[in-house]
Design a protein around this ligand. Structure first.
Ligand code: NAD
Length: 338
């Protein structure tokens, strides 16, 4: 049983903690918060996770709020085989020295640059690269979504070139200070966006160029892909390959799953924890091959698609499972992922 610490118990951290707790070969030995808010209280009182504080000077605030703490983040990582750093983008790099000093392995998230660890992770595309590694980064929600489907198509489809336009949610549902609330924002207003190069960190050599927009929605991202192909392939073959692949689901607009809102409703109907949809839904009606181009549209539940990847990254880095498909199947089973 391996010991996992979660540094940063926000949108991603609390989901990773629950996903780790659901596995039979690893356990959560602690989570960290910087403020004694409702998430800190829930971690301790509802989930039973030992709570450590990210900013030691704030200990009196936790005492005042009556939230029991087990120590500081430095104490927490002493006990861990690996730490999953789920702190906001610019905090992670400051923690690397602390992890190195403690001799603990660390997994970062997609808000960090690839260069921080020099190793990016996706369960389908490059699990082996992180086998036994000390530091790696699970790529972002958008990159995970693009990689999941593109990797599934390979080698059925001889991918020559990928062009993708991503319509991104303006903020996560709980955030109130981000936007836009009434605009469509080219973001970044340049081509390519960082997503294409990020896919290349886990799918070496793929020719992929991306453009991205922000829109006033919180539910999911939506991607539109145009793939130049070098072989004869039918849309039926593409549908079959995507249907067979776990963590990808082919959905039909005709069945009512015709928007990100409907997909989130579906996740609620499935009884998923926090209404999460870990799988990448691809709209069946959008899949088409015209001349030498494959087209498809997909969605990404930004709060949850990277969560199972973090569990697999733990297994790879701690050398608990050398076969990525075995880890994927084990994680899926424990989390109820299709
Ligand atoms: P978040 O703001 O929801 O949570 C971050 C947590 O870290 C909070 O609990 C915060 O209190 C805590 N924190 C802040 N400073 C800290 C410190 N010094 N020490 C310890 N904890 C500290 O952020 P998030 O959305 O969960 O994002 C975390 C990472 O995951 C980022 O790299 C982000 O880019 C990436 N990511 C986010 C999403 C998403 O859609 N939310 C999707 C994929 C990847």
């Amino acid at each position: 049983m391996k010991s996992v610490a979660i540094n940063g118990f926000g949108t991603i951290g609390k989901r990773v903690a629950d996903a780790v707790a659901a596995q039979d070969d690893m356990k959560v030995i602690g989570v960290s918060k910087t403020r004694p808010n409702f998430e800190a209280r829930t971690a301790v009182e509802e989930k039973g996770y030992p709570l450590y504080i990210g900013i030691p000077e704030r200990e009196p605030l936790f005492k005042e709020a009556g939230i029991e703490i087990a120590g500081t983040v430095e104490d927490m990582i002493q006990e861990a085989d690996i730490v999953v750093d789920c702190t906001p983008g610019n905090i992670g790099p400051q923690n690397l020295e602390m992890y190195k000093k403690a001799g603990v392995k660390a997994i970062y998230q997609g808000g960090e640059d690839h260069e921080l660890t020099g190793l990016s992770f996706n369960s389908f595309a490059n699990y082996d690269d992180s086998y036994g590694a000390d530091y790696a980064r699970v790529v972002s929600c958008n990159t995970t979504g693009l990689t999941r489907t593109l990797h599934t198509l390979n080698p059925l489809v001889d991918i020559k070139k990928v062009r993708a336009v991503m319509v991104r949610r303006g903020s996560d549902p709980s955030e109130i200070k981000k936007g836009p609330i009434n605009a469509i924002v080219p973001n970044p207003p340049k081509v390519p966006s960082h997503h294409g190069p990020d896919v290349q960190t886990v799918m070496k050599g793929i020719d992929v160029t991306t453009m991205a927009l922000l829109v006033p929605t919180t539910l999911m991202h939506q991607h539109n892909l145009m793939v130049e192909i070098g072989n004869d392939v039918t849309k039926e073959e593409v549908i079959e390959a995507l249907e067979k692949r776990s963590r990808v689901m082919v959905v039909e607009a005709a069945a009512g799953l015709d928007s990100t809102a409907a997909l989130m409703e579906y996740a609620k109907d499935l009884g998923r924890s926090r209404n999460d949809l870990y799988e990448i839904p691809v709209w069946k009606e959008s899949i088409n091959v015209v001349d030498n181009e494959l087209f498809y549209m997909q969605a990404v539940h930004q709060e949850s698609d990277v969560v199972p990847e973090n569990v697999d990254a733990i297994r790879a880095m701690l050398e608990m499972e050398s076969d990525n498909e075995k880890s994927i199947a084990k994680t899926n089973k424990a989390m109820g992922i299709f």
